[in-house]
Design a protein around this ligand. Sequence first.
Ligand SMILES: [Cu+2]
Length: 119
Amino acid sequence: MRKNNLWFASLAVPVIVAVLLLLAGSPKVNANNQPSAANAEVKIDNFSFGPQTVKVPVGATVTWTNRDDIPHTVVSTDGVFKSKVRDTDEKFSFTFTKAGTYSYYCSVHPKMTGQIMVQ
Ligand SMILES: [Cu+2]
């Protein structure tokens, strides 16, 4: 019995290690695929940001596109990012590297507000 147990243990340890390595390896594939798929678009139209609240993972890039026929800006309330004046069909992108809630507004029309939640 004792010999059998030792034999089993000597076989089981490498098998368990191999399974753990496989399990540890598979999430990396998902993590590599995630950033591009997790990027988000915000449309500026009719004096509003849509969607007004966007949730993205850390590392995601958010791109705002001005679909209005009026110039707008995208300015972080806390000074984290600030676009130039964006005319029709012009874009602004920012990559969020830290978790948090980022409120922003249009400096030309301060009643236009939105937020990016980075998790
Ligand atoms: Cu505006």
